[in-house]
Design a protein around this ligand. Structure first.
Ligand SMILES: [Zn+2]
Length: 116
């Protein structure tokens, strides 16, 4: 289950983002952007995150996952569309010369800390 490794990285990144002079803070939420191409299972990731954070600054924090659709752009005709199946060619002109513009995200977009 590679979600465990990913969850550990997220915890590291999130912990590093918390200012060192803040003590006894409660992180409420970690907002994550997760592209559908990242092959991460959101439920597994949430589960791992919960386990790993138990003894850390992030204990009790909720991992909010925003799933990002896979979109592609055609380099020949500039069409942009959302990919839902395995077909990786342009919807309009059938060109295979396409660029994936979103869907590979795996990044923390923000961290919410509870006010006292
Ligand atoms: Zn095209």
């Amino acid at each position: 289950m590679h979600e465990m490794g990913i969850a550990m990285q997220l915890v590291e990144i999130a912990s590093a983002a918390i200012p060192g002079d803040m003590e006894n803070i409660q992180v409420e939420k970690v907002n994550l952007k997760l592209g559908k191409l990242s092959s991460v299972v959101p439920d597994s990731l949430r589960f791992c995150f919960e386990i790993i954070t138990k003894e850390t600054l992030l204990a009790g924090a909720e991992l909010c996952i925003q799933e990002i659709e896979v979109t592609a752009r055609c380099n020949d005709c500039n069409a942009e569309w959302t990919i839902t199946g395995p077909a990786f060619s342009c919807e309009k002109c059938k060109s295979g010369n396409i660029t994936i513009v979103s869907g590979q995200e795996l990044e923390i977009s923000s961290i919410e800390i509870a006010d006292e």
